[in-house]
Design a protein around this ligand. Structure first.
Ligand SMILES: NC(=O)c1ccc[n+]([C@@H]2O[C@H](COP(=O)([O-])OP(=O)(O)OC[C@H]3O[C@@H](n4cnc5c(N)ncnc54)[C@H](OP(=O)(O)O)[C@@H]3O)[C@@H](O)[C@H]2O)c1
Length: 306
């Protein structure tokens, strides 16, 4: 449900941020707000969303609206679209932030940074991979949320983004989505051949991934392991973004890796604060008019999808 008030200033840019109640998404909302953008903070849980909005207001972000959005729920997506249509008639910026790890932690999540003291980022990542279990249900949910959910939100909001004079989509990606992590050369080639790749083929590749997952054949078939579904979903989302950028040259459609950030997703491991990670995303969202599209940015700088 809609939760609050916009100043209704004319000519301001409107942004939707998915999963804005915590972590990087929360900070993206704060920073976009501080740049004069009207922010629609969305969250799947109304209470958590309303609390985040209150907190942002107390931090001085005035032009902020809450709307419920579960990215895996088509009726929730449709309700948001209707609301935006009536309220603004357009959307200028979509930040696809919401995601899950698709794993189960083997240890209590105590959010203490002490256990990572003295570790570099490779050691922290190794610790993370060793301390999670990836059940098939988690992998399926990971693909459903991180790829299909993000794609459905994007598709549903496309007409509103096209009604903007400068529509932008920033999908938060990850170094875990880089193609070099897929050692199966044929699959890697298909993910990167954007001229010939189709959404149907991407679906088939993801089905194949799940088949190989169930057959315990990920390594043998050259899929990434350790957060495997997260990695494959991010790689698929990168490919989808590139396809979308080609299809809609009037929009700016980019992917942004925020860096390794201390949030719930990383069990508070990482080297950046959510504020620093969000800055890398907001920089891409607010690139000058006519900037790059179909690109990948690693910590604010254009980089390779491979
Ligand atoms: N942290 C890192 O080092 C890192 C690195 C690379 C990329 N990223 C990416 O950065 C983004 C934000 O991650 P984070 O680190 O800030 O994680 P986080 O603190 O766990 O936040 C994830 C957010 O996504 C929301 N979410 C999950 N499933 C959802 C759904 N079905 N519908 C709507 N919202 C949903 C969560 O809501 P609830 O509170 O309701 O669960 C939460 O608001 C993700 O795309 C992640 O892949 C993070």
């Amino acid at each position: 449900m809609e939760g609050a008030i916009s100043s209704g200033r004319p000519n301001t840019r409107i942004a939707v941020v998915t999963g804005g109640n915590k972590g990087i998404g929360f900070e993206v909302c704060r920073q976009l707000g501080s740049h004069g953008v009207t922010v629609v903070l969305t969250a799947r849980d109304e209470t958590r969303g309303a609390e985040a909005v209150e907190k942002l207001r107390s931090l001085g972000v005035a032009d902020l609206i809450f709307h419920q959005l579960d990215i895996t729920d088509t009726s929730s997506i449709a309700t948001l679209v209707d609301f935006l249509k009536i309220r603004f008639g357009k959307l200028d910026i979509l930040v696809n932030n919401a995601a899950i790890g698709g794993v189960e932690f083997l240890q209590e999540l105590d959010a203490s940074e002490e256990k990572f003291a003295g570790m570099d980022s490779d050691q922290m990542l190794e610790w993370m991979v060793k301390n999670v279990r990836e059940p098939i249900d988690g992998a399926k949910k990971g693909l459903q949320t991180n790829y299909y959910g993000t794609k459905h939100v994007t598709e549903a909001l496309l007409p509103l983004l096209q009604s903007s004079s400068d529509g932008r989509i920033v999908t938060i990606s990850s170094q875990f989505g880089l193609l070099r992590l897929i050692s199966n050369e044929e699959v890697r080639q298909e993910f990167s051949d954007i001229d010939n790749l189709t959404e149907e083929r991407l679906d088939e590749l993801l089905d194949k991934f799940l088949e190989d997952f169930e057959a315990d054949a990920l390594e043998a078939r050259g899929w990434p392991t350790g957060y495997s579904a997260y990695k494959v979903a991010k790689a698929a989302m990168n490919a989808y973004s590139r396809m979308l950028a080609r299809r809609h040259p009037a929009l700016r459609v980019n992917c942004a890796h925020p860096g390794y950030v201390r949030t719930g997703l990383t069990m508070s491991s990482g080297v950046l604060t959510p504020e620093e990670g969000a800055r890398n995303v907001v920089k891409v969202a607010l690139l000058p008019d006519g900037g790059p599209t179909g690109k990948y940015f690693a910590q604010g700088e254009e980089a390779s999808f491979v």
